[in-house]
Design a protein around this ligand. Structure first.
Ligand SMILES: NC(=O)c1ccc[n+]([C@@H]2O[C@H](COP(=O)([O-])OP(=O)(O)OC[C@H]3O[C@@H](n4cnc5c(N)ncnc54)[C@H](OP(=O)(O)O)[C@@H]3O)[C@@H](O)[C@H]2O)c1
Length: 215
C-alpha cells in the first residue's frame, strides 16, 4: 500500500521505517521536506518525501504523527480534500505545553472531548482511527516483550478503516483491541499519560499495555 506519513518526528520515522520493512511504499510529509533528506537517502527506493499536502494526496492510507497541539493545523496544511475517503491512523496525543505534575502529563482536552473527535469533526470525510498513541515510539514496530504481544487500543467510526488499521497492527506484531467509535478516544488518549508516568517519574520507559481476557 502507498502510505503518506505526516510527521518529521520520532513517530513519523519509526512508523515510516516499519511500513517500509513490511513492504509498503511511504511518502513522509513535512512543512519543510528538506529536513527529511537524510532519512530519504537511507530509506531505499520505496521511500519519498514531500509537503504535507503531497503526502496526504499520494497516500492511499495516511498516518498522522504530528504534535498534538498542531494536529488541526497540520490537517489544514495537508488539505482536507486530500484525506477524503481515506483511513487516517491518528497517533497524536493532546499533550499541553504546561509541565507534567509529579510525572503526570497535562492534556489540553478533557474527558468529554478527545483530540480525535476534534480531528474527525474538522475533516468529516476522512476515516480516523486512533492507533499507536499508547506506547512509546521505540516499541511501535514488532515489540518484543516476555509476556507476548502487547495490546494496541484503537477506535474510530469506520469499520473498513479499522480493518486496515488492524492489518497494519498485525504486521507490526500487536494484538488489537477495538474500543468502538470515535468517542472512545476519550479513554484511549489518556493511556499516554499512564504510559509516561514510569518514564517521567523513574526514567523507566520499557513497557506496553496488554488486555487480559477470559475467552
Ligand atoms: N514520541 C513518542 O514516543 C510518541 C508515542 C505515542 C504517541 N506520540 C504522539 O505522536 C505525535 C508525534 O510525536 P513525535 O514525538 O514524533 O513528534 P512531535 O515533536 O510531537 O511532532 C513533530 C511534528 O509536528 C509537526 N508540527 C509541529 N508544529 C506544527 C505546526 N504548528 N503546524 C503543523 N505541524 C506542526 C512537525 O511538522 P514539520 O515536519 O512540518 O515541522 C513534525 O512533523 C504526537 O502527537 C505525540 O503525542 C508520540
Amino acid at each position: 500500500m502507498k502510505v503518506g506519513v505526516l510527521g518529521s518526528g520520532q513517530v513519523g520515522q519509526v512508523l515510516a521505517d516499519g511500513l517500509l520493512k513490511h513492504g509498503h511504499e511511504v511518502m513522509r510529509g513535512s512543512r519543510e521536506p528538506g529536513k527529511l533528506a537524510a532519512w530519504k537517502a537511507g530509506a531505499g527506493p520505496k521511500a519519498s518525501t514531500g509537503t504535507s499536502a503531497d503526502a496526504a494526496k499520494w497516500g492511499q492510507l495516511v498516518v498522522l504523527a504530528v504534535k498534538g497541539s498542531a494536529a488541526e493545523a497540520a490537517l489544514e496544511l495537508s488539505g482536507p480534500a486530500n484525506l477524503a475517503g481515506k483511513t487516517v491512523l491518528d497517533t497524536t496525543n493532546p499533550i499541553a505545553d504546561a509541565p507534567p505534575q509529579n510525572g503526570v502529563l497535562r492534556f489540553f482536552t478533557n474527558l468529554d472531548q478527545s483530540l480525535m473527535e476534534r480531528l474527525q469533526k474538522k475533516v468529516p470525510a476522512a476515516h480516523f482511527v486512533k492507533a499507536f498513541s499508547c506506547v512509546g515510539g521505540a516499541f511501535m514496530v514488532n515489540p518484543q516483550f516476555p509476556g507476548g504481544p502487547p495490546t494496541m487500543f484503537i477506535c474510530g467510526n469506520d469499520e473498513g478503516a479499522k480493518t486496515q488499521a488492524r492489518q497494519i497492527l498485525d504486521q507490526f506484531g500487536w494484538e488489537t483491541a477495538d474500543m468502538g467509535g470515535v468517542e472512545a478516544a476519550r479513554a484511549i488518549e489518556p493511556l499516554c499519560i499512564l504510559w509516561c508516568i514510569p518514564g517521567l517519574a523513574r526514567n523507566s520507559w520499557a513497557h506496553a499495555f496488554k488486555l487480559l481476557k477470559l475467552g
